[in-house]
Design a protein around this ligand. Structure first.
Ligand SMILES: Nc1nc2c(c(=O)[nH]1)N[C@H]1C(S)=C(S)[C@@H](COP(=O)(O)O)O[C@H]1N2
Ligand SMILES: [Mo]
Length: 223
């Protein structure tokens, strides 16, 4: 994807540079209670993305599980529904400082997906690719975090397109940009690769509880 195509992305990138220059978002003490440091609560879940909402029919929808795994898989919608279904309510923290409490996500635990594909021991990283061209990366271990889901429901209804339908990943322990909407591929890898925001100066680890918003000055990736 071309950077020039995303005015908003460019603005968010400049904002990150400014915050970094002021020393914000590179580590702060944990806040007590429910709200991570530097966040404020919002009443309604905002829609935040690159502005592309790809329409993928349930018939053509596939989730490709690829890379360093024992059993690569191409999941269909029926395959996904045939897996054990679960619900998890969690808080969602965006790096732009909003937090939405009590999002009730429904779908398949990512732990169950890992059991199916069986990542090879060296496969420490995952790289997500989405139907809108968005990408993001996390450590494989985060797919076992509490509340880590392949979500196709939100608050008791089908996941709306604007929130990443038909299926998105939810990793509530990390800032929300690590929860890819419209997910198309989960690639298991031995080496890490920065995704869309990570290439633009955002943290690889992205822990809301330690105000871990931007890449540290000694990491590369801040462009
Ligand atoms: N495919 C895709 N996933 C994405 C994004 C995106 O642009 N495209 N934006 C991320 C960001 S920055 C946030 S805050 C959340 C927002 O999710 P929401 O729109 O459901 O609130 O989605 C994340 N996942
Ligand atoms: Mo975000």
């Amino acid at each position: 994807m071309n950077r020039g195509d995303h005015d908003w992305a460019d603005r968010k990138e400049r904002w990150a540079e400014k915050m970094r220059a002021r020393g914000i978002g590179q580590g702060r003490p944990r806040s007590a209670g429910r709200l991570p440091p530097g966040q404020h609560e919002v009443a309604k879940l905002p829609v935040l993305d690159l502005g592309i909402h790809p329409q993928v029919s349930l018939q053509e929808w596939r989730l490709e599980l690829t890379g360093a795994v024992e059993s690569p898989l191409s999941l269909t919608w029926e395959d996904l529904l045939a897996m054990p279904q679960t619900e998890d309510t969690s808080d969602f923290h965006c790096v732009t400082t909003w937090s939405k409490y009590d999002c009730r996500w429904g779908g398949v635990a990512l732990a169950g997906v890992l059991e199916k594909v069986r990542p090879l021991p060296g496969s420490q990283f995952v790289f997500f690719t989405c139907y809108d061209g968005y990408t993001t990366n996390v450590r494989t271990a985060h797919l076992l975090d509490e509340g880590a889901l392949l979500a196709h429901r939100l608050d008791g209804a089908a996941l709306p397109l604007v929130h990443g339908g038909p299926v998105r990943v939810v990793l509530p322990k990390l800032y929300a940009w690590k929860s890819p909407k419209f997910v198309r591929e989960i690639a298991f890898r031995e080496t890490d690769e920065p995704g869309f925001w990570e290439k633009r100066g955002y943290s690889t680890t992205a822990d809301p509880w330690s105000d871990d918003r931007f890449s540290k000055d000694d990491e590369d990736g801040a462009v």
